[in-house]
Design a protein around this ligand. Structure first.
Ligand code: ADP
Ligand code: MG
Ligand code: MG
Length: 887
């Protein structure tokens, strides 16, 4: 039979492939520290396999297991020259849970196990410290009574508090041996009363009870909830670590503490931690006494008088310092360590990779490369790409007190404050007056673009992480909290209500798009520095990746930002966003509502110079890089006037009665606009619209050339193609327009024509489409919608049910689904059959999602395109997927 219980010293650990899976994280590291020659109190790990057996055998520990435990206990007894349950020199134990990953919800550690009425006397004699012995015993009864026998801890606390009152003292430390003696009797009575059982005096019963309790805690509600939230399989089980006790509470030459090998908040290479003299277990984190600093430097900079460990226990401190260096060298990562000092002797009780902020993660990774601890590749792999977000956006000043009034989805990171406004025009008006606003809407539509731009942040009551508000806000780098169902908006009264707050237009609120919090009042923000370490890490990432990273952008500002973040071109420039400008929207409406071709041509002529100017600016900013311009895509009615005033304006320009405009609006209404008259279907019906757009692109190009300004390289993209004929006709139109502009200007024009692949038919028939396309760009938002037949704007209503029922493990609009992925693969394969050198990219929201980027890299795409603030995230994710490919 395979050994299921292993001593920390056991050589067999080396043969185990994944020690953490078998021994749990804590057990594996205790055993590893022991093998490094560090002072670890002897002990053994009851493996996760035993946990599985425990549940198989109706929650009982089998005979063989009990025998093995006894055997290992003998080894520990020999090591420390003490005996479990002995009346002269008793061995005491700690019993600790330890799953593969550290997991809240598991059983609390039980300390001082092995004490009973007899051994406590032995301990007292042996240490000549009756108070310590009794204090340890009452702690043990309290812990064991609580976690194993189910007696609520307040019963014990109450006894202590009442006793202190009668004695007239304040602190536990004011109680002496006799006081504890009396309390121990009371504790035992309480255990009997509340659990119906005597407190066990047999030490082996104590041990088996504790081990079973650890296993039972694996199926506790708290543990189950945590597993569900963090996708931890319930099959893993937990291990149990049984270890001889060392005592930090035997006097003033004893202590217990926790320490990080580097500073977890800023990453500086200083050890950082806290300790308590004469204390045990969780006293340091419990907050009953104020812990002291480990280093003199930290104490000084905090302006505290209480001596640091470096000063009060210099010899032990030096040893600890040495051990921390050794641990870092060994694990090649920042460690979070727990230790205890017993009579000036240092003992190591735990080590693990320390949690840290993104800022500190980047600094530590870069420093460790400089220190030759890790390679550049390892440094690049260390950083979670999604965590970079917090390095790019302003964050709330955590020192400020805040009043959170509602919560929503963290749709677009960053924090900002401003006056509440309920419509986009108002946001723009106040912005012109240099006032900061937060735009609060039930949901947003393309018409709100100007308001979203003008506002400092966006809050919506409806819509998910890929709602219009969320996508556009991320694109602009505007903080956004979406889908906050806790707020109720009343546009008429210009207020919104939360559970216990009414917020009026003009009131100041703050939103934190990184956490989804809505806060009353102004909260100062801090602009994170993009430090030298960050750019260094990014340059390493760039050296490993093959996938190019472009951006989705249509404004000069976003384009500039993206280029500063390292974008290598634009993968999606949505021309319709340029239509919403106040000056232009009227001409756009005029164009849509015109009855005749001639009238439409007139309106288009007015739009041409605007579009041309936009393209010139963007082509200048992206000089030398490719820019994919998508021709008009959304259904026309999105641009139509809604209010009476707007209808009146259009009516006077096109010289028609308002009634007729209204009729025309009704005519344009669609039942299902997502599947309606949009994309290249518009180009087929109204070729003059696409012609104008192409003309604007080409004339911009000519003008830049004439002025000897280096331009970007245009790639013209036809949206929503599903058949060969569509792309063929549209390509002809583009080429003819190019010829005309070229002849008129006597300037040679270079460009590509390609298509979006965003409909299943296009993916399947990609070979035919590739006859006329020089590139494919996968529009995975629409491709996901059309593959599932799920409208992304309506999916919020049932998405949670789908995730809860494990139909989706993650929102397919956030991370690419493998069925949609298969369509991409088919299109790549078919497209390449026709055109070996076809350029391939992705421009959906997935382009900024690390998992989807890994997919793109494997599928052989040339680039991903994402919103400007995701560009660094994508660069890092692309590097990681390339590095992992080779491993
Ligand atoms: P957690 O997983 O919550 O950190 P641990 O198993 O690390 O729980 O135990 C919590 C604390 O109990 C430790 O930090 C240490 O102070 C104390 N402890 C655990 N084992 C021992 C031991 N063998 N001797 C002394 N103290 C111990
Ligand atoms: Mg611990
Ligand atoms: Mg689309």
């Amino acid at each position: 039979m395979k050994k299921l219980i292993l001593n920390f010293k056991s050589k067999e650990t080396k043969k185990i492939k994944n020690p953490k899976n078998f021994l749990g994280g804590k057990g594996a590291n205790l055993s590893e520290m022991g093998k490094m020659g560090l002072p670890v109190p002897p002990g053994f790990t009851i493996s996760t396999e035993v946990c599985k057996l425990f549940y198989k055998e109706k929650k009982r520990l089998g005979k063989k297991i009990i025998e093995q435990i006894k055997k290992e206990l003998k080894v520990v007894e020999k090591d420390v020259s003490k005996k479990f349950g002995d009346n002269k020199n008793p061995l005491l134990l700690s019993v600790r849970s330890g799953a593969r990953v550290s997991m809240p919800g598991m059983m609390d550690t039980i300390l001082n196990l092995g004490l009973n009425d007899k051994t406590v006397e032995a301990l007292s004699k042996k240490t000549s410290n009756g108070r310590f012995a009794k204090d340890s015993y009452r702690r043990f009864i309290q812990m064991y009574g609580n976690v194993v026998m189910g007696v609520e801890s307040y019963h014990f606390e109450e006894l202590i508090e009442n006793y202190k009152l009668t004695k007239g003292v304040l602190l536990d430390t004011d109680l002496d041996e006799n006081d504890w003696d009396g309390l121990i009797d009371d504790f035992k009575k309480t255990v009997k009363e509340k659990s119906g059982k005597d407190f066990p005096q047999d030490v082996f019963d104590q041990l088996l009870g504790a081990v079973s309790a650890v296993f039972l805690s694996w199926e506790s509600n708290r543990a189950k909830v945590y597993r569900k939230l963090n996708q931890i399989p319930s099959e893993w089980g937990t291990a149990v670590n049984v270890q001889s006790m060392v005592f930090g509470n035997m006097g003033n030459d004893c202590a217990t503490g926790v320490v990080f090998t580097r500073n977890p908040s800023d990453g500086s290479n200083d050890i950082y931690g806290e300790y308590l003299i004469n204390a045990q277990g969780e006293d340091v984190v419990a907050g009953t006494r104020t812990p002291q600093y480990i280093t003199k430097k930290a104490r000084k900079s905090a302006g505290v008088d209480a001596l640091s460990m470096e000063e009060s226990m210099p010899k032990v401190y030096k040893e600890l310092d040495k051990i921390l260096t050794k641990l870092e060298k060994h694990y090649k990562d920042m460690q979070d360590v727990e230790f205890t000092v017993e009579n000036q002797k240092l003992w190591m009780l735990q080590t693990r990779s320390g949690k840290r902020t993104s800022k500190s993660a980047v600094k530590i990774a870069v420093d460790m490369v400089k220190e030759k601890l890790i390679s550049k590749k390892e440094a690049v792999l260390r950083i979670d790409p999604n965590s970079l977000d917090t390095l790019l956006h302003p964050t709330l000043d955590e020192k400020t007190k805040i009043n959170v009034i509602a919560n929503g989805l963290p749709a677009s990171p960053g924090a900002s404050s401003g006056k509440v406004v309920f419509d986009s025009d108002e946001a723009e008006r106040l912005n012109d007056m240099m006032q900061d606003t937060i735009l609060v809407r039930v949901e947003t539509s393309p018409e709100d673009i100007h308001g979203m731009h003008a506002a400092k942040g966006i809050l919506t009551a409806r819509g998910g992480m890929t709602s219009h508000a969320a996508v556009v806000a991320r694109g602009m780098g505007r903080p956004c909290v979406s889908g906050s169902s806790e707020i109720e908006i009343n546009y008429d009264e210009k207020i919104f209500k939360t559970a216990d707050q009414t917020v009026k237009e003009g009131d100041v609120i703050t939103i934190d798009g990184s956490t989804g919090r809505v806060i009353l009042g102004n909260v100062p923000t801090v602009q994170p520095e993009i430090s030298g370490d960050f750019s260094k890490l990014m340059s390493w990432a760039d050296s490993f990746r093959k996938l190019k990273v472009r951006t989705n952008s249509e404004t000069p500002l976003d384009t500039k930002t993206a280029r500063e973040f390292g974008a290598e071109g634009i993968g999606l420039c949505r021309t319709e966003h340029m239509f919403f400008d106040e000056e232009r929207i009227l001409s756009v409406r005029e164009m849509i509502l015109s009855k005749t071709k001639e009238d439409r041509a007139k309106a288009l002529d007015k739009l041409l110079p605007h579009q041309k100017k936009d393209f010139m600016e963007i082509f200048k900013i992206m000089s030398g890089l490719p820019v994919t311009v998508r021709l008009l895509d959304p259904p026309l009615h999105e641009f139509l006037p809604r209010t009476e005033k707007e209808i009146g304006e259009v009516a006077s320009v096109v010289n028609l009665p308002a009634k007729e405009i209204e009729n025309r609006i009704n005519e344009l209404h669609e039942q299902n606009p997502m599947l309606g008259h949009r994309g290249c279907r518009l180009g087929i019906s109204f070729p003059e619209i696409y012609e104008m757009q192409c003309r604007a692109i080409f004339e911009a190009l000519c003008e830049l050339k004439k002025n000897k300004i280096k331009s970007a390289f245009p790639e013209i993209m036809i949206p929503l193609v599903s058949t060969e004929m569509e792309i063929r006709l549209m390509k002809e139109l583009v080429i003819n327009t190019a010829k005309n502009v070229q002849n008129e200007n006597k300037v040679k024009i270079d460009f590509l024509v390609g298509t979006m692949i965003e409909l299943p038919r296009a993916a399947i028939k990609a070979r035919d489409i590739a006859k006329h396309a020089e590139f494919f760009s996968f529009g995975t938002n629409d491709l996901t919608q059309t593959t599932f037949g799920i409208s992304r704007d309506d999916s919020g209503k049932f998405l949670n049910d789908y995730i809860e029922n494990k139909i989706f493990s993650i929102d397919p609009f956030v991370s690419i689904d493998d069925g949609v992925g298969d369509l991409v693969k088919i299109a790549v394969e078919q497209g390449k059959k026709e055109n070996k050198t076809i350029k391939l990219g992705i421009c959906g929201e997935h382009g900024g999602d690390p998992k989807s980027i890994e997919f793109c890299s494997k599928a052989g795409l040339n680039y991903v395109s994402c919103s400007p603030y995701r560009v660094p995230v994508a660069r890092l994710a692309a590097a990681q997927s390339e590095i992992q490919k080779k491993n």
